[in-house]
Write a protein that binds this ligand. Structure first.
Ligand code: AMP
Length: 287
């Protein structure tokens, strides 16, 4: 059976049943908002759901752990999966549709097209460390956009470069969807919520909020007029001393992600990726 009913939450597994379900809504002129996720839902995802519900009568949450955005050495096989719990959370939140295509529905035999995003996807941030990543993300998000045809699509600022890449992709391909960035939801100690936080040991978890603390310290010093390069150099040392292996700590133009050396040259976003033990965490904040 392609469609499973669960209260009023519908779990949809095929493109044709998705189209049928949404067609009915469209005839009633309901707006549709899409929240793309890889499941293992937490309060960060649910902030996107709430914003989607604020903007649209009908909300589709997609749950798809997208193999094409993982490199062979990354955590595709072990990525946290909790489909039954996710459904309960979404049912309680009164979400209408869960779009959960099996891998062979998203990438049928013979699938042969992959987007090659540039611009923000080549900013020298995540792309330097995960060269597969944005090609896979842009391809699956373009497919989600054409499958669901949402009026709105909600993405977390937590994955800031991804938000810029998806916004650019929708614009470049004339996809009639408004991409909206939702502020990062954090633990009380500042750690950004992430499905990958589940990988942290107790000791690593205790150190992890340093990422946000360093970012905030850097933002404050830049705002008070200290030179950006100097602030970043101090920040990099702070990461080092806290026991992180830092992939990057950068100041970028908030829209283009181009390097920026002064707040006079535009809005600044600070972005960092750091490894602690086997876990890689990313975070970012506005200056
Ligand atoms: P993921 O399931 O990790 O692919 O994330 C799905 C969506 O949720 C993405 O748009 C993420 O940016 C967003 N997201 C993840 N963590 C958070 C968070 N802590 N706050 C806000 N949005 C988030």
């Amino acid at each position: 059976m392609a469609t499973i009913m669960a209260n009023h939450l519908k779990v949809i597994r095929t493109v044709s049943s998705l189209r049928r379900a949404l067609e009915l809504r469209r005839r009633q002129s309901d707006r549709v908002a899409l929240v793309p996720t890889m499941g293992a839902l937490h309060r960060g995802h649910m902030a996107l759901v709430r914003e989607a519900q604020r903007r649209s009568k009908r909300v589709v949450v997609s749950i798809f752990v997208n193999p094409t955005q993982f490199a062979p050495n990354e955590d595709f096989a072990s990525y946290p999966r909790s489909f039954a719990t996710d459904l309960k959370i979404l049912r309680d939140a009164k979400v209408d549709f869960v779009w959960a295509p099996p891998v062979e529905v998203m990438y049928p035999d013979g699938f042969a097209t992959r987007l090659a995003p540039e611009g923000p996807a080549k900013a020298g941030l995540e792309d330097q460390f995960r060269p597969h990543f944005f090609g896979g993300v842009a391809t699956v998000v373009a497919k989600l956009f054409t499958q669901v045809s949402p009026d709105f699509a909600l993405f977390g600022q937590k994955d800031y470069q991804q938000l810029r890449v998806v916004t650019q992709m929708a614009r470049d391909l004339d996809l009639p969807v408004k991409v909206i960035g939702v502020p990062t939801v954090r633990e009380p100690d500042g750690l950004a919520l992430s499905s990958r936080n589940a990988y942290l040991s107790a000791t690593e978890r205790a150190v992890a909020p340093m990422i946000y603390r360093v970012l905030k310290g850097c933002a404050t010093r830049i705002k008070s007029g200290e030179k950006v390069d100097r602030v970043l150099n101090v920040g990099r040392i702070e990461f080092d001393l806290a026991g992180f292996a830092l992939d990057y700590l950068e100041a970028r133009h908030a829209m283009t992600l181009a390097p920026i050396t002064s707040p006079k040259d535009g809005p600044i976003r600070l972005l960092a990726a750091a490894r602690i033990g086997k876990t890689r965490l990313i975070d970012n904040i506005a200056v």
